[in-house]
Every structure is written in structure tokens, then in C-alpha cells.
Design a protein around this ligand. Structure first.
Ligand code: SF4
Length: 1001
């Protein structure tokens, strides 16, 4: 058999063709297209069989099934092997052999800190290494990929990229130099990979409440029958009971409540709706939901509701009509009736929910009218003000319908989350494509299996596979849902179950806790073998009297740790089997790590830890002793949470940073143990103007989408640099204030420097068009101390012709408002204007001087034109051009004796003040005033770094040698890279020891 794909219908339709080596009467195509639960019947086409399926870019595993149930794979197919299972594989929009990769999630994933992960598998026998060749528009680069494991057929690799905003073309390079790409060039744009969940979701801790069994309002937590688990009898929990429990839940560390359905229904669980959009009066009705939402939101808690849309109760109005009128009913197509009149009981004449639930007719979820109604139901709950919705049995709904549900909810509540119950192992099919998140049952099965005695590899292997499939960020972690036996029931050991709850609380997936687990709720051992959805013994009334359990304390402590450590909320996750009884879960990010060592064994043990710069105990569950940096001793059923990050530098080092650099310079050391004290940082290369003389290529980059923008991971990586710097300059590589992340950058600088004495200057270069008084006020609040605004003429016609899309009048008004704001707030802000002078505006220099005086700014800088564009080359004036000399003389006459510092940057003298040259000393004084820093050019390579939005560090300014990326190494390592040492070597050669000693502090 062979399978090939034919691109039809805009590359969305894939034709799979199979040839058999012997006659067969039929063939089914089974696999991940659309999913294993829905085989596709293939059609005979002469000697072959065909199936057409819609598929976006991806890697799809599949098999053929013959009528007798026999599975087949053609030897000519590409294959993957996982856990001994061989499947055929169809690659759409990906690479050829021997590299397995598609240009789509999860093979490409955008981390929530802005980094892009590229994943690929290399068929065994084609070398041990794999590299990425990249071109983001700045020229090709080669990057080695990191090995992340292997299976029977492939070696697996990953690479992290800066993901600085612009689109990247890439290919894979094998160890023998061969390049592997796709039928078409492989390309990604971080914007298209952007994860869908709202920002709050990754920080969420979700707590599932089975409403009928949680709490009854006004009952003080007492139940008529505290042991009532009957599937037919309501215990009486209601929404006012949930309101009463909010303080308890907030104290536990929960941030979002997931409530089982509230809709009207005769059942205890209410997953069989009579009216899918009405709150059951037995729960308190509509008013109770409003009260709950108000009370929860007042505490900062979110409320997520649940809705089943694959089936309804037989009293659902449209089904009642179908029961009465049969095929004559306008709602007949809503259901899957095959015989009418219906009968009550088994074989009722219509498709119904599984396990004999004939009272629960299935909805025809492929029908457009039904789909419209389902979408409306979800949107209706969103309009009520809930913060998110769970789609019950999401894997039984078509993916496009799930996507419509999410879109409709988002229209109403842009920050709402839509997550789904996805029981099959392929949650990456559903999230993030159609849902924001999905329950990761595959990981749960493996983890609970390990707690129950399975080998450690059975968990770590599944975890690695789920990680490769991108299931971490989009997955919900749990030990049981309301459909499964509780972990306490499965283990019959509260201490072992406690390990499970704490591990979920500290894992990479959003934790999903089940009510009462923290109070050791469990039922007798026999209930552990109950079928899915039949976990009635474990739907007990919440035992409010049992709040002081050790498990409650452990879960509460773990959630507090998660709240306090960003690594635990956002870090990656890798599992290492230390022994069969002990697994280490490493939560890591940018070289920092927290290790969670879980010991399920009944006997004490001593374990060797993987290398880490330090080992400090953050949390102990059970008996834990940190022996030394590499060893930990654990008692039975225990967990050690270990901070493996290096201790933060002390304050003295940060204060002395500049002096340490000076000492290295004076002593002639090319190694520099200090951080750069002056940092230039490009927040974005995108600009709202199209200046004709722009030297940064911002207009073209902005229009083509090649402009890079700083991502959150870089702020993490720059923390220590910010802590040590005295000066951060935001250069004009684009317009910083157009980047939404800019205020965050300033906040992170302030946070990193908190508690450090001495001033820090924040210098912003802006085109001024967007610097309204309000925006400037907020920037002042965030630490801005120095502002340079560009104007290239003294009148609108001149300026706006050069600075295309610039608005002279608006910039002047903004400058006037800035000066007024400074005076009103007595703000420590230095303000100046910079002008690039050429043939088209040279005559306006005196008028520009008058404008500066009228505005009351502090300085005016006159800069030479740099011949970077055709306009600039045409407009360029030599520094000694007579017209320029005359204009400068006239300008000096205008400002003579007035409080305006003139920076003549037309032919700036080189050198440092320590040379003693008076022209250098005068120029440096004016230029330093305008930049609000102290430049010492002779020791720039020890003091100054420029950083691109993708984390590339340059020594000196942006034209200086690139030292590497902060994605790969910390600043101090880059700051002592060979190119930095060479730059210092050259600086030392130009600065003899006596002069260095004279270099003032
Ligand atoms: S404002 Fe600056 S970055 Fe933007 S186009 Fe003009 S010169 Fe270039």
C-alpha cells in the first residue's frame, strides 16, 4: 500500500491512496485524521483505495484496517514507533526523510515568555546531531539543536529561538551537511504561533466543584446524610454554599472554580440538560449565580462553568417535539432517530448517550442548525459574566465547532478561557487549535500508574512524549476528575495520594484539583475499579469537619510555592527517573531550575541529584534532608522541592559594579567581572513613521513584517543586567512607545534595581508623535529621566516632508506639554531636541533654536546626515559646507546667553576626556548632558553594551561585535566572550597605562 497526498482545494484537502497486495473487500483509514475514534471508509478507485481528508500542516499517525479487523502498514510508508507500536505517518507541510517535522504546533511552539521552540525527530541511522539553518531576514545562521531523548525509531531534538517577532525561514541540517526542508520553504511567524489562552490562565489553579455534593448555603457545612453517594438522590449542595466556601478556597490557593453544570436537569450531575442556558432553581436560580460571580470576583477568584453539548435530557423541548411528532417535527434533524415512535428503555429508536442512558438523546452535532444552537448556549453563559467554560466530551465534537464556540465566547468575554474534556491521548489536536486547554488524561494515567507501582520509565516516557507534542502549556494536570475514582481510593494510602496532589500542584500543566481530595476523601478499595463516569462512591458530600488534614496543609503549601515562584508557573518540565521509586521533575527556564524530587517508596533512600549551582530546600512533604549540593535523603512517601538557582549577588557587588569595571580597565585586564553599566536596548524595530533618512531600516522592516520586538523572556534574562546598570537607553531603532511591552520593560528595570542606592537614568529617544502628556506621565512614574525628541525642521512643511507620517504640530504640542508636565510635577526629567541637518532644512536651524527656547527644552543636538538612503545621500551636506557653517553661526547667535545646551554633532571629536584635548572635553560635556550619562570612550568596551530585541549583545554600540544571545548564555558569560576580549585588547592598545590611570571616575 502506498499513501500520497495530493494538494487540492487550496492545499487543505489531502488524498491518501492505498494499494493492496491482495484483494480486500474494504479498507478503513484509522488514525489522527481526524482522530483514532473516527475511522474513514476508503473508496475503491480501480486497483487502489482512496480517502480524502482535510488536514492542515501536521504529522499524522495512521493505519489501515481491513474488514476482518486486521491492521496493515505498507512498508513504503513513513513510520514512527512509540512504545513498541508502529504506525504509518503522513506529513503535511513538513520535512522529507530522515527528519520528522511539520511547520505547525506542536513541532513549533511559542512559549509564554516569547521564545519559539522548534522540535524535530531524526530517523535513527542518520547521525547523532541535527542543526537548524535559520534566516530571519538578517542573513542565515546555523544553530545546533539539543537532544531531548529518543524512541525506537527516532532521536528527538529541540531548539529555542528568540522569537523576536519577525518571520523566520528555516531548514534542518544533518551531521553530514545535507539540508532537509519541505516541499515548500519552511517558515514560521511568532504572531501566528501565539497561544490562545488569556494571560491569567497559565497562573490559574482550578478547583472542580461537583455542585450537588459541595456545600448547601446556610448549613454550616452539615449534611442530612454525610455519606450520601447515591446516583439518584440529590444531597442538596447549591450556589450559596459555594459562596460560603470562597474564603476556604482562596486560603487554599485556588484561583478559579470549575462548577459542574448548573442548568435545569432532573439528574444529580446536570450533564443532561433540559434547558442548557437556565440556572436550576434548586441551586438558587439566576440570582444565586449573579451573587456567586460578584462574590468570587470581589475576591479575585474566577468562575468557570461546564456544559455538555453532545447530548441533552429527553425533556429538552425540541426532543419532546420530536417524540410527539417524529419525522414531521422541524427538530427531527437535531437528533439521530432511526425508528419512530420511540419507546422507553433500551433500543429506544434514537442514538443516545453511552452505557444505556436512553433518557439522554445524542444531538446531531454535524447539523448546522444544531451547531448554531450549541454556539449560542456557550455565548449565553459568557454573557452572564463567567470567566470561562468547560466543553464536556469535547473530543466528540467537530474541531471547527469547538473553534466556533471559543470564538463566540471570546467575542463576549475577550479574556475568557474555553477548555475541554479530551479523553483521547491526542490533546494537541484540540488545544491550542480549537480550545485553549484540554485535560491531559494520558499524563494522568502514566503518573497514577507510577504511584501505583509501575516502573518510573512508564511515567517519564509518556511525559516526554506529551512534552514533545506540546501538551504542557495547553494541558490541565490532575489526579482524578469527577468521572474517575479519587486518587485516595486508588491508592488506599493518604500519604501516597498526597504525593500525587502536590506533584500536580507543582507541575507544568494548569493544576485541576478535585473537591475534597485535599481533605483525604476516598472510598473503599472496590470503588477504584469503577468505570469512567461511574465514580459515584467518590462523589461524596464535602467533609467540612475534616479541615485540618496533613494533605490540606501540603496542598496549601505547594500552591503557595507555585504562586510565589514564576518558574513553577511558567517553567518548562522535564522528568528524570532517579530510581524506580524516585522521579525528579525539573521545572526550568533560561538556565534556572527548581527540582521536585518525588519518592513513592515505603523505605528511606538517599538520592544523587543532577548538577545544579546550588541546592536549597523550598518545601518538604514528609521527611527530607538535604545532605549536600548533590544529595538528598528522603523518607517514605515524601517530596523535596529544591531551589537549584545560584544565590543572588549581594548588594555591595551591584553598587560597586562601575568601580569593578574601572579597576579592570586601569589594570589592563581584558576580562571584565562587572556587568555593563550602560545598556542600550532596542524594544522594537517597528516604527509609526517612514522617515526618508532613516538609518535603521525601520520603515521597510515595519512594512515587511521583519521588525523584531523584544519578548518577555529577554526581560528575565536581563534581570541581573538591569540590577547592575546605571543607565538604560532606548534607542531609535524603532519607536519604543509603539510596543505594548515597553511599560513592562521599565517596570522590570525598577524591580531589578529595587533597594539599590544611587541614581539610574532611563533615556528615551522618540519621534514624539505619540508622547501625549498622559503617556509621558506614566513613563515618568515608571522611571523615565531623559527624553530626546526628533524634529528635522522648524516648520511643518519641511519636517513632515522628511519625517513621513510625522506631525510637526503634534510633536511640538507634545513637547510643550512635556515641559509643562515637568514643571507641574517638579519631575527630574531632561528634555532635548535632536535634528538631522541636510540641504533641505539647513536654513531653518536658527528658527529651530528659537523654537527650542520658546518651548523651554534643555538642549538641541545638530547631527550630520548619514548617507543610508537615496534621500539622505542627495540631501547630505559636508560638515564644512558654507551653508551649514553659516547656519550654525546664526544658530549660535540665537541661543547665545540663553539656557539651551547646543550639541554640535556634525563632526564629533574622537577620544576621551582623559586625553586632555579641550575640544573633546567641551564636546563630551555637551553630549553627556544631552544623553544624561557620562561617556568614557576609552573604556566603552568595559562599560557599554547594546542589545537587540532578539537578545543579541553587542560590545559598545549596535555596530560593535555581536557577542552571542542572552537566550544561550548569561550576560557575564557573553560579556567575556572572545569578541569582547578582543575589543578590550584594541582599547588597551590605544590607551597607555598612564592615561588609563588618569581616566577620571
Ligand atoms: S522615527 Fe526614527 S526609526 Fe522611525 S522612521 Fe523616523 S528615523 Fe526611522
Amino acid at each position: 500500500m502506498t499513501a500520497e497526498r495530493v494538494l487540492v482545494d487550496g492545499a487543505a484537502l489531502v488524498m491518501v491512496t492505498a494499494r493492496t497486495d491482495r484483494p480486500v473487500t474494504g479498507l478503513e483509514l484509522c488514525g489522527e485524521l481526524p482522530c483514532w475514534q473516527q475511522p474513514i471508509v476508503m473508496q475503491r478507485a480501480g486497483a487502489t483505495w482512496e480517502a480524502r481528508v482535510r488536514a492542515t500542516a501536521g504529522v499524522y499517525e495512521m493505519k489501515l484496517r481491513e474488514p476482518d479487523g486486521a491492521w496493515r502498514i505498507d512498508p513504503a510508508w513513513r513510520t514512527v514507533t512509540r512504545g513498541g507500536e508502529l504506525n504509518g505517518v503522513l506529513v503535511v507541510g513538513g520535512t522529507a526523510e530522515p527528519v520528522l517535522h511539520a511547520a505547525a504546533p506542536p513541532w513549533l511552539a511559542l512559549a509564554d515568555d516569547g521564545r519559539v521552540l522548534v522540535r524535530a525527530a531524526l530517523r535513527r541511522g542518520h547521525g547523532e546531531r541535527l542543526s537548524l539553518r535559520l534566516d530571519d531576514g538578517a542573513g542565515p545562521a546555523l544553530r545546533a539543536m539539543r537532544s531531548t531523548g529518543s524512541d525506537e525509531g527516532h532521536l528527538w531534538f529541540e531548539a529555542e529561538l528568540a522569537g523576536a517577532g519577525r518571520s523566520v525561514e528555516y531548514a534542518f541540517v544533518l551531521a553530514d551537511g545535507r539540508t532537509i526542508t519541505g516541499e515548500q520553504a519552511l517558515r514560521f511567524s511568532p504572531r501566528e504561533l501565539a497561544p490562545s489562552p488569556p494571560a491569567w490562565w497559565r497562573d490559574a489553579v482550578v478547583y472542580t466543584i461537583f455542585v450537588d455534593r459541595f456545600r448547601r448555603g446556610g448549613s454550616l457545612g452539615a449534611w442530612a446524610d454525610p455519606h450520601a453517594t447515591d446516583r439518584e438522590l440529590r444531597a442538596g449542595g447549591d450556589l450559596d454554599g459555594v459562596i460560603e466556601a470562597l474564603p476556604y478556597l482562596a486560603d487554599l490557593g485556588v484561583t478559579a472554580l470549575h462548577l459542574t453544570p448548573l442548568c435545569t436537569s432532573p439528574s444529580v450531575h446536570r450533564y443532561d440538560a433540559v434547558d442548557p442556558t437556565a440556572v436550576d432553581p434548586a441551586l438558587g436560580g439566576e440570582a444565586a449565580l449573579d451573587r456567586l460571580l460578584a462574590a468570587a470576583h470581589a475576591r479575585g477568584l474566577r468562575v468557570l462553568l461546564d456544559l455538555a453539548s453532545t447530548h441533552v435530557h429527553r425533556d429538552f423541548a425540541r426532543f419532546q417535539d420530536v417524540r410527539a411528532r417524529g419525522p414531521a417535527s422541524p427538530s427531527w434533524r437535531w437528533f439521530r432517530g432511526h425508528r419512530w415512535p420511540f419507546i422507553e428503555g433500551h433500543e429506544p429508536g434514537y442514538a443516545h448517550y453511552q452505557k444505556g442512558q436512553w433518557q439522554e438523546p445524542l444531538l446531531a452535532v454535524d447539523e448546522p442548525e444544531v451547531q448554531d444552537a450549541i454556539v449560542d448556549w456557550f455565548a449565553a453563559w459568557a454573557r452572564r459574566g463567567v470567566d470561562g467554560l468547560r466543553v464536556d466530551a469535547a473530543a466528540d465534537l467537530p474541531l471547527p465547532l469547538l473553534a466556533r464556540i471559543r470564538a463566540a465566547v471570546r467575542v463576549v468575554r475577550p479574556d475568557a478561557v474555553v477548555f475541554g474534556e479530551v479523553v483521547p491521548a491526542c490533546i494537541d489536536r484540540f488545544a491550542p487549535g480549537a480550545l485553549d486547554a484540554a485535560t491531559d488524561f494520558a499524563h494522568r494515567e502514566a503518573f497514577v500508574g507510577w504511584l501505583g507501582g509501575a516502573p518510573a520509565a512508564s511515567w517519564t516516557t509518556v511525559a516526554a512524549a506529551q512534552r514533545r507534542r506540546g501538551a504542557l502549556g495547553s494541558g490541565l494536570g490532575f489526579t482524578s476528575t469527577h468521572d474517575q475514582p479519587r486518587l485516595g481510593t486508588v491508592t488506599q494510602d493518604p500519604a501516597l495520594a498526597r504525593l500525587g496532589f502536590v506533584t500536580v500542584a507543582l507541575g507544568a500543566r494548569v493544576p485541576l484539583l478535585y473537591y475534597g481530595d485535599e481533605l483525604d476523601l476516598a472510598s473503599e478499595a472496590g470503588a477504584a475499579s469503577r468505570a469512567f463516569e461511574d465514580a459515584w462512591p467518590d462523589r461524596q458530600p464535602m467533609p467540612w469537619h475534616a479541615r485540618q488534614s496533613a494533605t490540606h496543609a501540603a496542598v496549601r503549601a505547594a500552591l503557595a510555592l507555585r504562586r510565589d515562584h514564576e518558574l513553577l508557573r511558567h517553567g518548562d518540565e522535564e522528568l528524570h527517573a532517579l530510581t524506580d521509586d524516585a522521579v525528579l521533575v525539573r521545572r526550568a527556564r533560561l538556565g534556572d531550575a527548581i527540582d521536585i524530587v518525588i519518592h513513592r517508596g515505603a523505605a528511606p533512600c538517599e538520592l544523587e541529584l543532577p548538577p545544579g549551582p546550588d541546592t536549597r530546600l523550598l518545601l518538604a512533604i514528609g521527611e527530607v534532608l538535604v545532605v549536600d549540593e548533590a544529595h538528598v535523603r528522603l523518607g517514605p512517601r515524601s517530596i523535596a522541592v529544591l531551589d537549584r538557582r545560584p544565590l543572588p549577588d549581594d548588594l555591595a557587588l551591584r553598587v560597586g559594579n562601575l568601580e569593578i569595571a574601572r579597576e579592570a580597565f586601569v589594570a589592563g585586564h581584558v576580562e571584565c567581572p562587572a556587568y555593563p553599566s550602560r545598556v542600550y536596548l532596542t524594544v522594537t524595530e517597528s516604527c509609526n513613521l517612514r522617515c526618508q533618512h532613516c538609518i535603521t531600516d525601520a520603515p521597510a522592516r515595519t512594512q515587511s513584517g521583519r521588525a523584531r520586538t523584544l519578548q518577555p523572556w529577554l526581560l528575565d534574562a536581563l534581570h541581573d543586567t538591569f540590577a547592575h546598570a546605571d543607565y538604560v537607553g532606548f534607542t531609535h531603532g524603532g519607536e519604543s512607545v509603539t510596543a505594548p511591552i515597553f511599560p513592562d520593560v521599565l517596570r522590570r528595570i525598577a524591580r531589578a534595581r529595587a533597594g539599590r542606592p544611587g541614581r539610574a537614568d532611563i533615556h528615551l529617544i522618540s519621534n514624539g508623535t505619540l508622547l501625549t502628556s498622559d503617556r509621558l506621565a506614566s513613563l515618568l512614574d515608571l522611571g523615565l529621566t531623559s527624553l530626546m525628541v526628533s524634529l528635522d525642521g522648524a516648520v511643518a512643511t519641511t519636517n513632515d516632508a522628511i519625517r513621513v507620517l510625522g506631525r510637526f504640530d503634534r510633536v511640538v504640542a507634545n513637547l510643550a506639554a512635556a515641559v509643562e508636565l515637568r514643571a507641574r510635577r517638579s519631575a527630574d526629567l531632561r528634555i532635548g531636541i535632536s535634528t538631522v541637518v541636510g540641504a533641505s532644512n539647513v536654513g531653518e536651524l536658527p528658527a529651530l533654536g528659537r523654537l527650542c527656547l520658546d518651548l523651554g527644552v534643555d538642549w538641541l543636538k545638530v547631527e550630520e546626515t548619514y548617507p543610508a538612503t537615496p534621500f539622505a545621500r542627495h540631501d547630505l551636506l559636508a560638515p564644512d559646507a558654507p551653508a551649514l557653517a553659516a547656519a550654525m553661526t546664526a544658530l549660535r547667535d540665537v541661543i547665545a546667553g540663553r539656557p539651551l545646551v547646543l550639541v554640535d554633532h556634525l563632526a564629533p571629536p574622537a577620544g576621551c576626556t582623559c586625553s586632555g584635548d579641550p575640544s573633546v572635553i567641551a564636546f563630551r560635556a555637551a553630549d553627556d548632558f544631552a544623553n544624561r550619562t557620562r561617556f568614557r570612550p576609552c573604556r566603552t568596551p568595559w562599560e557599554q553594551a547594546a542589545i537587540d530585541p532578539d537578545g543579541t549583545v553587542h560590545v559598545g554600540d549596535y555596530a560593535g561585535h555581536a557577542l552571542g544571545s542572552l537566550l544561550d548564555a548569561p550576560m557575564l558569560a557573553l560579556w567575556n566572550a572572545p569578541a569582547a576580549l578582543a575589543a578590550r585588547d584594541r582599547a588597551l592598545a590605544a590607551s597607555p597605562p598612564a592615561q588609563r590611570r588618569a581616566c577620571t571616575r
